[in-house]
Design a protein around this ligand. Structure first.
Ligand SMILES: Cc1ncc(COP(=O)(O)O)c(C=O)c1O
Length: 392
């Protein structure tokens, strides 16, 4: 049978990138023990009050069709939240509610890109980004993020990649996998560059509530001069430990929302009202789940640093935010996939190879910070022992 070219463009860009996680599950299914530090799952279950809010809404009959944009209560809660964060009025008409950040980004690229367009983005990048760009027929143009620059996207590096085909700059702050935060100056410079070149700025801010210690998050929408060209995607997956609810949104200009709405309606025809009610409740409350989670994750990142940095040539990169630490294994291997598989086989510790996140992270591993302190400590014992045996 003949298939559309999108199936070729996306071949290998979906679950193939998560082969290490599949290998960890296969190992567990064989009855072998695994410490799985591959996926960015929150480290606690969804809070009971949010589950009760969704249940109450279902019992109250909130199980009918919604509309394409989103339920009024959720749009109002989003408007209040962003008005509070950005310190200026952000109307409900500037949101589209969608099932998660992932779908929101998919819609953003569908609404912005045409075949042959180029999208500039940092490398390393979250594993699904190449697919998101290619799904719309556009081509990703990676810009290497360097450890010595704190893995922050450099405006001069981006400027060098701009061509007549460039359509958008794709940001992710806080960044997965590096945990880097873009500063207000970074964002102003990048948005300025976008404005000079008539480009869109799409920013994935799903980790915005997970800043570590005293680090401060700034949204790409912070500067009102650029609000016509900035599109933000986010969700409650990380902030409220609720990835299974699939509840996210886009925040953009009214015009963007009006133009993108039929694309979303064609694909989804709205989200679930009971999930919208629960999300509105979640957004109105202070982000206590996220703050506590961020504190635990910052502590585990320091634990990994204290236990492994300098051991047999390993280096540990401390994140400013988010759910991951990075291990530089270049003293041992330039093939992170082979190294991660050998580590899993020899020790039962599953981590993601840097190569799953782009060429620039070859020779690195991404370690999730969502296991307990005791398990993280045990993973460090095993990783340390493994590299010392390799070095011997
Ligand atoms: C950077 C980034 N963006 C998007 C997602 C997906 O988020 P959501 O569950 O809201 O679709 C993830 C999940 O790990 C992520 O790390």
């Amino acid at each position: 049978m003949r298939y559309a070219p999108i199936t070729d463009r996306l071949a290998g860009l979906g679950s193939d990138k998560w082969a290490l996680n599949a290998a960890a599950h296969a190992r567990r299914a064989r009855g072998q023990e695994v410490i799985n530090l591959t996926i960015g799952e929150p480290d606690v279950p969804t809070p009971q009050d949010l589950i009760e809010a969704a249940t109450r809404a279902m019992q109250a009959g909130r199980t009918g069709y919604s509309n394409g944009q989103g339920e009024d209560a959720l749009l109002k809660a989003l408007s209040e939240r962003y008005t509070d964060i950005l310190k200026r009025s952000i109307n409900p008409s500037r949101f589209l509610c969608l099932p998660g950040t992932q779908t929101s980004l998919y819609l953003a690229f569908m609404a912005i890109c045409a075949p042959g367009d180029e999208v500039i983005l940092g490398d390393p990048m979250y594993a699904s980004y190449e697919g998101l760009v290619r799904a719309a027929g556009a081509n990703p143009v990676p810009v290497a993020l360097r450890p010595e620059a704190g893995f922050r996207l450099g405006v001069a590096d981006v400027a060098r990649q701009i061509t007549p085909a460039t359509r958008a700059i794709f940001l992710n702050t806080p960044h997965n996998p590096t945990g880097a935060l873009l500063t207000p100056d970074d964002l102003s410079a990048l948005c300025d560059l976008a404005a000079q070149n008539h480009l869109w700025v799409i920013s994935d801010e799903v980790y915005q509530d997970l800043t570590h210690d005293d680090e401060a998050f700034t949204s790409a929408l912070a500067d009102p001069r650029f609000e016509d060209r900035v599109v933000i995607a986010s969700s409650i997956s990380k902030s409220h430990a609720a990835p299974g609810f699939r509840s996210g949104w886009l925040c953009a200009s009214e015009e963007f929302c009006r133009r993108a709405l039929p694309v979303s309606e064609t694909m989804l025809f709205g989200s679930q009202p009971f999930i919208a009610d629960m999300t509105a409740d979640a957004l109105r409350a202070p982000p206590v789940v996220a703050r506590a989670m961020a504190a635990r994750m910052a502590r585990r990142a320091r634990l990994i640093h204290d236990r492994l940095d300098g051991v047999a040539g390993l280096r540990v990169h401390l994140p400013q935010a988010g759910m991951f630490a990075l291990l530089d294994i270049r003293a041992h291997s330039r093939d992170s996939k082979v190294f991660a598989l050998e580590l899993l086989e020899a020790t039962g510790v599953a981590v993601m190879p840097g190569a799953s996140f782009g060429c620039a992270l070859e020779g690195w591993l991404r370690v999730a910070l969502n296991a307990s302190d005791a398990l993280t400590d045990e993973a460090c014992n095993r990783i340390g022992g493994f590299v010392q045996r390799q070095a011997a």
